[in-house]
Design a protein around this ligand. Structure first.
Ligand SMILES: Nc1ncnc2c1ncn2[C@@H]1O[C@H](COP(=O)(O)OP(=O)(O)OP(=O)(O)O)[C@@H](O)[C@H]1O
Ligand SMILES: O=P(O)(O)OC[C@H]1O[C@H](OP(=O)(O)OP(=O)(O)O)[C@H](O)[C@@H]1O
Length: 333
């Protein structure tokens, strides 16, 4: 089947085609009951039960497709969105400098909007230097060689440091536009952590999650450029806003289900106020009377990461038969 000719009338939803965000993105789609079969080697998949087509793209390209309005929705990292936006700012700056257009003639890029954080893919884009070297803060790297895949964010980071060192501010556009960066940004597409040891760079700007890669490469972080995690983004003019809202609501439900558990217990009515202070629920706890006089059953959503201390507290206030249940899915307005 020629999939490209079957996209008419379908909302286009970009999903990372590989890498760190792929599996968690597929889990979200499954939780949201977005059913599809991806043919071998094809980067487009039609959704069987909704008027949607999934487009599998590199995470780094998704902000471009969504920002230009070619794709309606996308999952990518905040770091990638910020890198894309910094690139758009750089493009506008170069066009201004060339004198071809005045600032108000430059069409504003559409850009994309963040719909929600997705609760996975947490990492930090950090400035890293040899652990045993002489650099201790970002400004020590001014005028040096920096290896990175995030060239636009790195350029902006060092441009800011250079301006501060020269006593200038971003506000003075003429001065800012006319300046050449003294720090040399070297674009690398992967294994950036090897650049210092191999003498290509004095420092790098790269992602860190556990810190294992950085440690193994003999590096240490001296500053953070972006605190990132996976986000759902949408174009500013989606083809079907109602479908965007439906998908956002389904994905929001899955994320809430992953984050919370349902805690149920029995407690004497006399101690109900103390118990519900421990489990106030998302909106309010559900309370039902028990057949046994003076006792009630309580049911409330509790954040998964807090459940152990919550159970300890409930035991202290005399709650009994405490049960913790996984939530498969949720929906709230
Ligand atoms: N170590 C990490 N831990 C958590 N999230 C990460 C990590 N590395 C990257 N990410 C997130 O995943 C996104 C995609 O990175 P990833 O390296 O998986 O991409 P990729 O498409 O495979 O690209 P590449 O081929 O350049 O490695 C990053 O932009 C970031 O948001
Ligand atoms: O702090 P850590 O948990 O060790 O993770 C950080 C590493 O993960 C990413 O690379 P990835 O493994 O995606 O490969 P790449 O170097 O080819 O981009 C990033 O570029 C770091 O190298």
């Amino acid at each position: 089947m020629d999939l490209v000719n079957h996209l008419e009338g379908r909302l286009l939803f970009a999903v990372p085609k590989k890498g760190r965000l792929l599996q968690a993105s597929l889990n979200l789609l499954e939780g949201a009951d977005i059913q599809f079969r991806r043919e071998n080697r094809l980067d487009i998949a039609l959704v069987k039960n909704l008027p949607i087509a999934l487009v599998f793209l590199p995470a780094a390209d998704i902000p471009t497709f969504v920002g230009e309005g070619r794709v309606d929705l996308g999952i990518t990292g905040l770091d990638q969105v910020q890198e894309h936006d910094a690139g758009v700012r750089e493009g506008a700056r170069v066009r201004r400098m060339s004198g071809a257009v005045s600032p108000d003639q430059i069409a504003k890029p559409q850009g994309c909007e963040t719909v929600m954080e997705l609760g996975f893919g947490a990492c930090r884009l950090q400035v890293q230097v040899p652990a045993k070297g002489e650099y201790v803060e970002g400004k020590d790297l001014i005028g040096k060689n920096i290896g990175t895949s995030f060239v636009h964010l790195a350029q902006e980071y060092f441009a800011r440091l250079e301006l501060a060192q020269d006593g200038l501010t971003n506000g003075d556009r003429v001065v800012v536009d006319g300046r050449k960066l003294r720090t040399k940004i070297i674009e690398l597409s992967g294994s950036v952590e090897a650049a210092c040891a191999l003498g290509v760079a004095d420092g790098i700007v790269d992602l860190v999650e556990s810190g294992e890669t950085m440690k193994a490469a003999g590096l240490k972080a001296i500053d953070t450029v972006v605190d990132s995690s996976a986000i759902l983004i949408k174009s500013k003019a989606p083809s079907n806003p109602a479908m965007v809202d439906l998908i956002a609501s389904r994905i929001g439900g899955v994320i809430t289900a992953q984050k919370y558990v349902l805690c149920q217990y029995n407690v004497a009515r006399a101690r109900l106020a103390e118990a519900t202070r421990v489990t106030p629920g998302k909106r309010a706890p559900t309370i039902t009377s028990l057949e046994e006089e003076g006792w009630v059953a309580v049911s409330a959503m509790v954040e998964k990461k807090r459940i152990a201390p919550v159970m300890d507290e409930l035991t202290k206030v005399g709650a009994t038969d405490i049960l913790v249940l996984d939530i498969h899915n949720t929906r709230s307005s």
